[in-house]
Design a binder for this molecule. Structure first.
Ligand SMILES: Cc1cc2nc3c(=O)[nH]c(=O)nc-3n(C[C@H](O)[C@H](O)[C@H](O)COP(=O)(O)OP(=O)(O)OC[C@H]3O[C@@H](n4cnc5c(N)ncnc54)[C@H](O)[C@@H]3O)c2cc1C
Ligand code: FES
Length: 264
């Protein structure tokens, strides 16, 4: 088990009014797709994906939603937080001509993945979509990497209205990608799975979020039917051949009490 670390927030970057990246000066040695369990000592702990990771620092990019994240947004650089991890499976880094497709505040872990793919010499195209401009993050960071980068919002903030899946559909029909990596809201990923089913033989990996409690495979709250995959251990990154077999994907997830909640 990873040991717990208590550490000061090194800096906080306001990405949008409701999304911030918290940086920590720590050599986490995490792989792209992995997550930490972050504790604020008053409100318990929650999982967050690693959006940046270098030898001297790492970052997590957080959307303000409920009690835990609202309390985090009260913190300043220098305040202490505690974390354990990194946990979970990681993206395989396979492929030479690669499409990354992200949605909303789930896109940032693709940034860390993207940097690692570029380091190994892959050609990468990034699609970043969100409901509104306030949910679209990391645009400048991706643009600074000098790759093919496309952004879109449901609200049409940059001209055309649509989703990242709409753009991925066009790119897939005009390019010969050999790998696709996806991180986004579950219904967006469900639409991506349907799209990818038209490209049999094309490998892909998805990053999933499920309600996590222990993050070390004990409580069973994050298992996915019917494979019994524990997303905190065997996930959160799953390969296409696993995703194809998940009957609960895009249908329901389990809440804090372990009860099924259906996606609307
Ligand atoms: C592997 C993984 C990686 C994640 N990465 C990020 C990230 O990079 N950035 C980010 O903003 N959020 C991320 N999340 C979701 C994040 O953990 C929750 O949004 C956060 O816990 C909300 O807490 P809250 O008290 O502010 O809101 P709440 O009001 O408690 O919850 C808001 C929503 O978050 C979900 N949630 C609440 N607690 C948990 C939990 N323990 N595990 C999973 N989901 C929960 C609920 O289903 C609910 O829909 C990730 C979740 C998982 C499982
Ligand atoms: S969160 Fe407990 S088994 Fe995954």
């Amino acid at each position: 088990m990873s040991r717990r670390n208590t550490i000061a927030i090194a800096r906080i970057v306001e990405e949008t009014p409701t999304i911030r990246t918290f940086y920590f000066d720590y050599d986490l040695q995490a792989k792209p797709g992995q997550f930490i369990m972050l504790t604020d000592l008053a409100n318990g702990e929650k999982p967050f994906s690693i959006s940046e990771c270098e030898s001297d620092q790492f970052g997590v990019t957080i959307k303000k939603l409920g009690k835990f994240t609202s309390n985090l947004f009260e913190k300043q650089a220098g305040d202490l937080l505690s974390f354990r991890g990194a946990y979970g499976s990681s993206f395989s880094l396979k492929g030479n001509n690669i499409l990354l497709t992200g949605g909303g505040y789930a896109t940032p872990p693709l940034y860390y993945l993207c940097k690692e793919l570029l380091r190994k010499g892959a050609q990468v195209t990034v699609v970043n979509g969100a409901r509104t401009r306030d949910d679209l993050v990391f645009c400048e960071r991706f643009e600074n990497l000098g790759l093919e980068y496309k952004k879109i919002t449901d609200a049409g903030c940059f001209g055309r209205a649509g989703t990242s899946v709409d753009i991925a559909r066009e790119l897939l029909s005009n390019n010969d990608y050999d790998m696709v990596y996806v991180s986004g809201p579950e219904l967006m990923m469900k639409a991506m799975r349907e799209l990818l089913q038209s490209y049999p033989g094309l490998n892909y990996e998805f990053l999933f979020e499920r309600y996590m409690k222990c993050a070390i495979g004990i409580c069973g709250n994050c298992t996915m039917d019917p494979l019994g995959i524990r997303l905190c251990v065997e996930g959160p990154v799953l390969a296409g051949h696993q995703v194809e077999k998940l009957t609960e994907f895009g249908e329901y997830h389990r809440n804090a009490a372990g009860k099924k909640e259906y996606f609307k």
